[in-house]
Design a protein around this ligand. Structure first.
Ligand SMILES: *[C@@H]1O[C@H](CO)[C@@H](O)[C@H](O)[C@H]1NC(C)=O
Ligand SMILES: *[C@@H]1O[C@H](CO)[C@@H](O)[C@H](O)[C@H]1NC(C)=O
Length: 182
């Protein structure tokens, strides 16, 4: 069963492009008109916007802030500007049975635990161990904790412990999921 799933995984991984899309949907809630003598620093002190946020809200400003134009309208406040949305990843998820073994994060894992084995692309030396991720698939959202490493999973994919899933999912084997760190 697992090997059948695994070969499906490889084939599907080639077909689906992984798209970590950081969608910072920011709408501007306050603007500022550049006047003679303005620099990023003066605009920041006049409006209270932070330097990183000013640049995030106005990608046209270069890093040295040397291209301001008198009369230019800048955004100085935007929703979500200081708290970026988490990245949503699209990947292929499969499932596995930890069978009471010790996961790559060092804890014993049972089949019915809500845990996930992260693919190598995002494993990052285990830096996400213990972190919760939200997984949405087929209209459902589940929360699982990173406790293991999946060597056979594609970049943004992972393997969920079987118990976290409904029987329907297990029949499907490998499916596309959208997920983010919670
Ligand atoms: C990520 O996906 C969740 C669940 O589908 C959705 O609610 C959220 O708006 C998405 N976030 C972004 C930044 O696209
Ligand atoms: C993850 O799911 C929880 C519970 O549904 C929710 O409160 C949280 O906002 C979600 N986090 C993200 C980043 O979508």
């Amino acid at each position: 069963m697992f090997f059948k799933t695994f070969s499906t995984l490889i084939l599907t991984a080639l077909a689906v492009s992984a798209s970590p899309a950081l969608q910072a949907r920011q709408s501007c809630t306050a603007t500022y008109n550049v006047v003679s003598g303005d620099t990023c620093a003066t605009i920041e002190s006049k409006t209270g916007v932070s330097d990183p946020q000013l640049h995030a809200l106005n990608p046209s400003i270069n890093s040295g802030c040397t291209n301001l134009q008198i009369g230019q309208v800048l955004c100085v406040s935007g929703s979500g500007g200081s708290t970026p949305f988490p990245t949503n990843y699209t990947g292929i998820a499969t499932f596995y049975d930890p069978n009471g073994g010790i996961g790559a994060c060092g804890t014993i894992l049972q089949n019915n635990d809500f845990v996930v084995a992260l693919g190598t692309g995002l494993w990052d030396g285990g830096s996400h161990c213990g972190q919760t991720i939200n997984v949405s698939y087929q209209g459902k959202i589940i929360q699982v904790v990173v406790e293991d490493l999946c060597l056979g999973c594609q970049a943004n994919g992972f393997a969920l412990a079987e118990g976290a899933l409904d029987p329907e999912y297990q029949t499907d084997g490998a499916i596309t999921v959208v997920w983010s760190f919670a």
